[in-house]
Design a protein around this ligand. Structure first.
Ligand code: UD1
Length: 370
């Protein structure tokens, strides 16, 4: 089958390309090679795939690239949460508008597209789900500035103010995207699903939790915490931990993300559905910092800075029941094993620590405390 992977030179897209080629598919890639992510053309490009360099929203290229394509994996996106709060138009253009143009092309021109799998994100939930011992399941808003300034990090019940306990977040949780990035990921998900439904093109949205693994850009300070900490440690700088370090996330290996994508392509039970793609395990940011310093055999000591980043959520981890039931997906890679792989790879690649500069930028904009 002929398959298009947008963002196929990126972290997740490139692993997907390899897996699809391995399965015997004819794979075409459309990627803009964003300089913030790629210093050069990546050395892992697959010699058995065909690459086109350009933007998803460029209809001239898209028309050519779509020729004969039956399945689209839409992975291309600008991905910095903090950055999206001050490069608003760029994020809306890259994620929302360029997806809109791709869909316009699909519905208005002759093509063979029979299935779309779109990369969505846990960020569209905003805060995760919580349980209050008196009020039951609650879906709080982000913590207020006032609460954060008092260093009360845990989530309080929106009804009675008691400290709550995090629960796995399922797909039914009301969506409360609280960054421009998250809003554009919801746009991508909803636009693909609604166009798919209207035109009878089976579409599946995969809400990735915090993805890590080889090929993650270690020099892009706007990516996730595993990459940022790796690059800090490699450059002998301490990882800086916001809040008290006990905030948690659901870290999932890129290899499991690929497995979920392949299942979404193959199984009709995923048509027009959205799925969490996580492990269901909550891991604290402090644990991540400690594990990475240990595995890098580094002497640097993670620093808990007791400050906070605007817009950060406290806890979010996946309820994995739906994807397990409908797609038969179960993650195979443990956190320990995945971190070992990340470090083994990280030791071989260069990493410029651009964190300070990005941090300063956030400070200037008032998105992190002085
Ligand atoms: C966000 C997005 C997610 C996206 C990811 C990477 C939300 C809810 N989710 O996740 O969709 O895939 O960014 O772009 O917006 N931290 C530190 N020190 C650092 C960096 C981060 O302590 O140097 C902490 C943060 O304060 C946060 C946690 O690590 O508590 C995770 O941060 P990050 O990796 O940026 O990801 P999310 O905010 O979970």
């Amino acid at each position: 089958m002929k398959i298009l992977v947008t963002g196929g030179a990126g972290f997740i897209g490139s692993h997907l390309v390899d897996a699809l080629v391995e399965e015997g598919h004819e794979v075409v890639v459309l990627d803009s090679l964003d300089p913030q992510v790629h210093q050069d053309e990546p050395d892992y490009m697959n010699s058995r795939a065909t690459y086109h360099f350009g933007r998803v929203g460029d209809l001239t290229i898209l028309e050519r690239v779509l020729e004969g394509v039956e399945v689209i994996f839409h992975e291309a996106a600008a991905v910095g949460v903090g950055q999206s709060m001050y490069e608003i138009a760029r994020y809306v253009e890259a994620n929302t508008f360029e997806t809109a143009r791709m869909l316009d092309q699909i519905v208005n021109h002759e093509n063979q597209v029979k299935r779309i799998v779109v990369a969505s994100s846990m960020s569209i939930y905003g805060e995760g789900a919580y349980e209050c011992e008196d009020c039951g399941v609650v879906y709080p808003e982000l913590r207020s500035d006032e609460q954060m300034k008092r260093r009360i990090w845990e989530m309080q019940c929106p009804e009675c103010g008691k400290t709550t306990k995090p629960l796995p977040t399922d797909e039914e949780k009301p969506l409360k995207p609280r960054s421009i990035y998250a809003i554009t990921k919801r746009d991508q998900e909803e636009m693909c699903l609604s166009v798919g439904q209207a035109y009878g093109i089976p579409t599946t949205a995969l809400r990735y939790f915090n993805v890590y693994g080889p090929r993650q850009s270690l020099s892009n300070p706007y990516t996730g915490v595993c990459a940022i900490f790796s690059s800090r440690i490699k450059n002998n700088n301490p990882p800086l931990i916001f809040e008290d370090g006990l905030q948690t996330r659901d870290f999932i290996s890129v290899h499991d993300i690929i497995k979920a994508n392949i299942l979404a392509m193959k199984k009709r039970s995923g048509d027009y559905e959205t799925f969490n793609v996580g492990t269901g395990n909550a891991i604290s940011i402090l644990e991540v910092a400690e594990k990475l310093t240990e595995l890098y055999s580094s002497d640097v000591k993670p620093e808990i800075v007791n400050k906070f980043r605007a817009g950060d959520i406290r806890h979010c981890f996946a309820d994995t029941r739906k994807i397990e039931q409908k797609l038969g997906f179960k993650p195979e890679h443990s956190f320990e094993e995945g971190m070992r792989e990340l470090v083994a790879w990280g030791e071989k690649v260069e990493a410029e620590d651009e964190f300070e500069q990005a941090y300063e930028e956030l400070k200037v904009k008032g998105l992190v405390e002085e």
